[in-house]
Design a protein around this ligand. Structure first.
Ligand SMILES: C[S@@+](CC[C@H](N)C(=O)[O-])C[C@H]1O[C@@H](n2cnc3c(N)ncnc32)[C@H](O)[C@@H]1O
Length: 322
């Protein structure tokens, strides 16, 4: 993917060493050095379809409204950032193979794009379910400070290895159970929470029966015993209530949550989690973004008699501290 070299008006490759160039990359805009056609351009979702080069003129100077209290985006960037579907293809990079030992890792650039919508430069991001540090890597890419918490020291070690190999600033990564660790963090000291909840471990037994589920990498980071949906929701609620105390008033949280198809039915975990979190009175649900993960492989499920979805999306709940 290309971004715009502001000085020369030419196309250049974004680099993690060049946060300014990276900042523009989420727009998926490719500069074209030709006269605009008379055809009127409309701001449609299709404009940001992957791979297609769009004839969109880049703003010559990045002008952030002086009364923008949320982020450092220009009006045009803001408009694109509010799309309810994220269909941008994220590169397989930043030691992907090493990070994929985890199985639930998120693209650091996707995390950077989200952080960029909800913070200004230098602000602080918290991830109570850190994994191998997608959030922390994303924060480093765009000059934000971040703290992660992770139960399993293996994942923290991998994150540290990635930062060394990628020559990136190492963010604070605390080992332990977020339910305890977050209580020691100064209240109201973070500007944004970006996290990715552990999957509901519905059926270890079913997993051992199913070849497909056995092959699933999700099992690698979730060693907990079988849980009912309520037990899982209770645990997510406890951690996010503790994280809520660390967040400044009126700030946002973005929570990755995949729905599930198990035991012949669809489990809309995103809706269940949103309902549970709002019931506490701590959060107001502001959006449910859909991340279309273009890297997901399709498999044949249910053929030739039943419809079983191929899950190629995840939800990102956008919640505001009430
Ligand atoms: C879905 S993964 C996060 C992946 C992460 N977004 C990344 O890019 O690597 C969830 C992580 O939360 C961790 N975890 C689960 N319960 C936890 C708890 N109570 N406190 C801290 N970490 C926890 C799991 O070990 C797992 O690595």
């Amino acid at each position: 993917m290309s971004t715009i070299n502001r000085e020369l008006g030419k196309v250049s490759k974004p680099s993690k060493q060049d946060p300014l160039a990276f900042e523009m990359s989420f727009l998926e805009v490719k500069a074209v050095e030709k006269k605009p056609t008379s055809r009127k351009k409309k701001d449609t979702a299709a404009q940001s379809a992957p791979i297609v080069t769009r004839d969109v003129e880049a703003p010559a100077v990045k002008t952030v409204a002086p009364n923008n209290t949320l982020n450092d985006l220009t009006g045009a960037e803001w408009k694109f950032s509010t799309k309810s579907v994220i269909n941008k293809p994220y590169p397989v990079n930043m030691q992907h193979k090493l990070r994929s030992q985890h199985g639930g890792q998120k693209p650091p650039q996707l995390c950077a794009d989200l952080i960029q919508i909800f913070t200004k430069k230098g602000q602080k991001v918290l991830d109570p379910f850190g994994g191998v540090g997608g959030t922390l890597l994303g924060a480093s890419l765009i000059g934000r400070r971040a703290t992660g918490v992770e139960l399993d020291p293996r994942w923290i070690e991998i994150y540290k290895e990635v930062t060394t190999l990628e020559n990136l600033e190492e963010q604070e990564f605390l080992q332990g159970d977020s339910k305890d660790v977050l209580l020691k963090i100064e209240p109201k000291s973070y500007d944004f929470i970006l996290t990715d909840v552990p999957y509901w471990n519905i059926d270890k037994l079913a997993k051992t029966r199913s070849k497909t589920a056995k092959a699933s990498k999700l099992a690698t980071f979730n060693d907990s015993e079988d849980q009912t949906k309520d037990q899982w929701l209770d645990e997510m609620d406890q951690v996010l209530t503790a994280a809520h105390k660390c967040l400044k008033d009126g700030k946002y949280a973005a929570v990755f949550i995949g729905d599930m198809y198990r035991e012949s039915r669809y489990h809309m975990l995103s809706a269940s989690l949103a309902d549970r979190l709002q019931a506490t009175g701590n959060w107001t649900l502001k959006a449910n973004l859909i991340w279309y993960d273009v890297s997901k492989m399709l498999h044949v499920y249910g053929y030739p008699a039943a419809f079983v979805p191929s899950m190629i999306h995840q939800n990102i709940l956008i919640l505001k501290k009430s």
